[in-house]
Write a protein that binds this ligand. Structure first.
Ligand code: 8YV
Length: 309
């Protein structure tokens, strides 16, 4: 099979370069008329690399055999369309667990201790006028993790190091896990101080953290979302943050990112982050290397490293 890879969107520069140099990569997003380009060249590509791979794109690539997804979450890939044509899909698991856990703790500390406000307090020279108000602490609090997968487990480990009590919700109780399991998310939300969302996105988890769950979390509860905006009912969250129904939220992901609801921008009880959970040099480099390794394995006829379907 002739090596040729379609790069569907802007990826890490070094990853794109490796694909271009070693696998005849072509950037779709740089084409003047991507539709016309696909019409003319679509059949030349046995593989794509990217993270938004809708059904129409899959259709425009009649000889596609591999979708190498840049990211652990592959909710941007039309899995049904890929399955229907037996197209393999790979993702980039594990290499981002530490970065994801790190940002989660960063967001929790930022929200509990109001670090963005504290920074402004010093910059605005308010400190000489009096001390910054006392804030919340994580020590001894209970954190409920929604989705105790590879990332969730790493978050749990760091929360334990912060002397928090960890519980979790997921589809199934896991064996050899020392944390209390809830099969009912609303019940868990009612019992915890912090609810941390680390579950995959997609149809199965759409609005999983709905108004009822958020109401159960309550006026003293904090929400952290590092998963996908789709998992949380954003409108309900905004309402509850506005009327004190939830104490605060730290969000790295949004329903319609990069667009963030205006209401969130004016709230003081939120910390906002531009979907940067995995966005460190070392992690993105490792993710890029895994994308390239999967592509190379595919063209060499070897087993794919991290195949999801
Ligand atoms: C990236 C992610 O932002 O891995 C994921 O699922 O959401 C992130 O690491 C995304 O893949 C785009 O680069």
């Amino acid at each position: 099979m002739k090596k040729k890879v379609l790069i569907t969107e802007k990826l890490l520069a070094s990853c794109e370069q490796a694909i271009i140099d070693r696998l005849n990569g072509v950037r779709l997003y740089e084409q003047e008329d991507p539709e016309a380009f696909l019409k003319e060249h679509g059949r030349e590509f046995p593989a794509v690399a990217g993270f938004a791979i809708p059904g129409e794109l899959i259709e425009a690539l009649p000889n596609l055999g591999l979708i190498a997804n840049f990211g652990v979450g592959y909710d941007g890939v039309d899995i049904k369309a890929a399955k229907a044509r037996s197209i393999a899909v790979t993702n980039t698991p594990d290499v981002l667990n530490d970065a994801m856990a790190e940002i989660t703790i960063g967001l929790m500390v930022s929200l509990a201790r109001r670090l963005p406000q504290a920074d402004r307090y010093v910059r605005e020279r308010l400190w000489p006028e009096g001390s910054f108000p006392l804030q919340n602490q994580l020590t001894g609090k209970t954190v409920g993790i929604v989705g105790l997968g590879r990332i969730g487990k790493e978050i749990a480990r760091l929360c334990e190091a912060l002397k928090m009590r960890v519980v979790y919700f997921g589809r199934n109780k896991q064996s050899n896990i020392p944390f209390v399991y809830y099969d009912n998310l609303m019940e868990m939300a009612a019992d915890v101080d912090w609810l941390v969302v680390a579950t995959p996105g997609g149809a199965a988890t759409n609005s999983l953290v709905n108004k009822k769950v958020l109401t159960a979390l309550g006026p003293e509860g904090f929400l952290v979302n590092v998963a996908r905006g789709s998992v949380v009912e954003e409108k309900a969250l905004v309402e509850l943050l506005q009327n004190g129904g939830v104490a605060g939220a730290a969000l790295d992901v949004f329903a319609d990112e990069p667009n963030v609801p205006d209401e969130l921008l004016t709230l003081d009880n939120v910390v906002l982050s531009p979907h940067q959970g995995s966005a460190t040099h070392q992690t993105r480099f490792a993710m890029g290397a895994l994308v390239v390794a999967n592509l190379e394995a595919f063209f060499a006829g070897e087993p794919l490293l991290t195949r999801v379907i």
